[in-house]
Design a protein around this ligand. Structure first.
Ligand code: G6P
Ligand code: MG
Length: 216
């Protein structure tokens, strides 16, 4: 029985996945390190420091911890500049309607994002009150593809994992949802999200009926 839907944030609720890409791309260009959208796919759902490690795989030299901290902070400053432009109109297509439809049906809504900027983004979108639980990545030991952050959100909502749906745009996120024992919905293409129980090309295709149908 569907009792809760747990959303990823970046690339699902709003298009901040694109801002992450732009901020990493600027940094990579400055550092003279090759970086493209293909490499960027591996960064989706992955923490800031792990993302930087993936980006630096193509670097010709080694980086000290202090240098890495410095460039990660620079990326984050640029990213926060970009998300400063977000307004309540920047929910991705269909998300506002879906959140309303879920509330009308008494289905709980949670957030499971690895981003430390999630509270700021929810504030910019004026969407904080739409989520009954927001899992804090600072309290999570293992990131996606580990199921921990989705399990934490379900626990905060008081719903058993088997009665939850998770929605994700990252391969690591779909793996996390599946490992949590939840039904998974992928937003994107089959080449990356083939493991999802339901695959949709865009958030515009999401509906409460489809999520309910996953339990029939
Ligand atoms: C999400 C995004 C990743 C990002 C991570 C950390 O998982 O999909 O691209 O690296 O959050 O975000 P932060 O805002 O804390 O750097
Ligand atoms: Mg995402």
């Amino acid at each position: 029985r569907l009792e809760a839907v747990i959303f990823d944030l970046d690339g699902v609720v709003t298009d901040t996945a694109e801002y992450h890409y732009l901020a990493w791309k600027e940094l990579a260009d400055e550092l003279g390190i090759p970086f493209d959208r293909n490499v960027n796919e591996r960064l989706k759902g992955v923490s800031r420091s792990e993302s930087l490690d993936i980006l630096l795989e193509k670097s010709s030299r080694s980086w000290t911890a202090a240098e890495k901290e410095d460039v990660a902070a620079r990326k984050n400053d640029r990213y926060r500049e970009l998300i400063g432009q977000l307004t309540p109109g920047d929910l991705l297509p269909g998300i506002g309607e879906l959140l309303t439809a879920l509330r009308e049906r008494g289905i709980a809504v949670g957030l499971a994002s690895a981003s430390h900027n999630a509270p700021l983004i929810l504030e910019r979108l004026d969407a904080g009150s739409l989520f009954q639980a927001v899992a804090d990545p600072a309290g999570v030991r293992k990131g996606k593809p580990d199921p921990e952050i989705f399990l934490r959100a379900a626990e905060l909502l008081g719903v058993p994992p088997e009665n939850c749906v998770g929605v994700e745009d990252a391969a690591a996120g779909i793996a996390a949802i599946n490992a949590a024992g939840m039904k998974s919905v992928g937003i994107g293409s089959a080449d990356r999200l083939g493991e999802a129980d339901l695959l949709l090309a865009s958030t515009a295709e999401l509906s409460a009926e489809q999520l309910l149908a996953l339990f029939r």
